[in-house]
Design a protein around this ligand. Structure first.
Ligand SMILES: [Zn+2]
Length: 293
């Protein structure tokens, strides 16, 4: 049943879907035991407009690492929608506003990415450990009053990454344990010169969604981890042969990526101490501490 509501359900986990899972139904096609759909289609009113559809999922206590029942909110394609240029980030603003109200503490993101590092092949999985922001004019915070100097040491949750790597290695042939995500604005695909520039700057892969998601996650005090599917060499989407291979990579990998994400959630303990939460506190700004308290 389709529902538009102001009431946001409590949820410990969130799956912010991207193109690596867009070619499958999540969770249905992943067929992970212990995961059920509670609400198939929920739309929420937010200060940034009405969201795209969310699913509300439930994880059976018999399958979770802590033996408790948990709920998760899942949204497709970063909350982007037709008719809006994603560079304005209206979708992610809506999505993360909802996740904040829901009290979400663990978030898994994903994307189909271009490989900048020449060691990467189509079909590779990368569990990134850092990121570079090449975007322009995207909001840097949900709340404009959010103070300066929030630490981005270990921007991807180390615990979430460990579980993602472990689960990905059960599903995929090649899993890269590190990698620097370079995020560009889009909608344009990077020019060859820009790819060369990003490579020199240290980026291994490129997508258009990591910023602002990774920043918003830290702002709302949630752990964030990302799993990325390499679908093509960066910058070569226009070539017909590459486009065909890209499509095949997306289609083939989607249910496997969804399975890895769901199994990660089942094994990612909400109450386990994690450094991410401490890092949401602003540093070197005493006045900011007062404002937040
Ligand atoms: Zn964490």
């Amino acid at each position: 049943m389709t529902q538009l509501t102001n009431t946001i359900p409590a949820a410990d986990y969130a799956i912010v879907g991207g193109s690596a899972t867009s070619n499958c139904r999540l969770p249905e096609d992943a067929q992970v035991p212990g995961v059920r759909v509670v609400e198939p289609e929920l739309f929420f009113e937010t200060p940034y407009g009405v969201t795209t559809a969310f699913k509300l999922l439930e994880f059976d206590a018999a399958y979770t690492a802590d033996g408790q029942t948990h709920r998760a909110l899942a949204v497709r394609m970063h909350g982007w929608r037709k008719g809006f240029n994603w560079a304005t980030s209206q979708g992610p603003l809506q999505v993360f506003w909802v996740l904040k109200q829901a009290g979400v503490r663990k978030i898994a993101g994903n994307a189909g990415v271009g490989g900048i590092n020449k060691m990467l092949q189509g079909g590779d999985i990368v569990v990134a450990d850092d990121y570079l922001d090449f975007t322009q004019q995207r909001p840097s915070s949900l709340d404009e009053r959010w103070p300066n100097s929030v630490s981005m040491v270990e921007p991807y949750c180390p615990t979430g990454r460990k579980i993602l790597i472990d689960r990905a290695e059960r599903e995929f042939r090649r899993v890269q344990h590190t990698g620097i995500m370079g995020c560009s604005t889009g909608p344009y695909i990077e020019s060859p010169a820009h790819v060369a520039f990003m490579r020199q700057a240290g980026a291994d892969l490129v997508a258009q969604s990591t910023v602002p998601e990774i920043n918003f996650a830290r702002e709302i005090g949630a752990c964030y981890a990302g799993i990325y599917l390499v679908v093509n060499p960066a910058g070569y989407v226009a070539d017909p042969e590459t486009r065909q291979k890209m499509y095949q990579n997306y289609k083939k990998a989607a249910p496997g990526v969804a399975k890895v994400i769901l199994n990660t959630m089942l094994n990612w303990r909400v109450d386990e101490p994690c450094a991410c939460q401490e890092r949401t506190r602003p540093i070197m700004m005493p006045y900011a501490e007062e404002e937040l308290s």
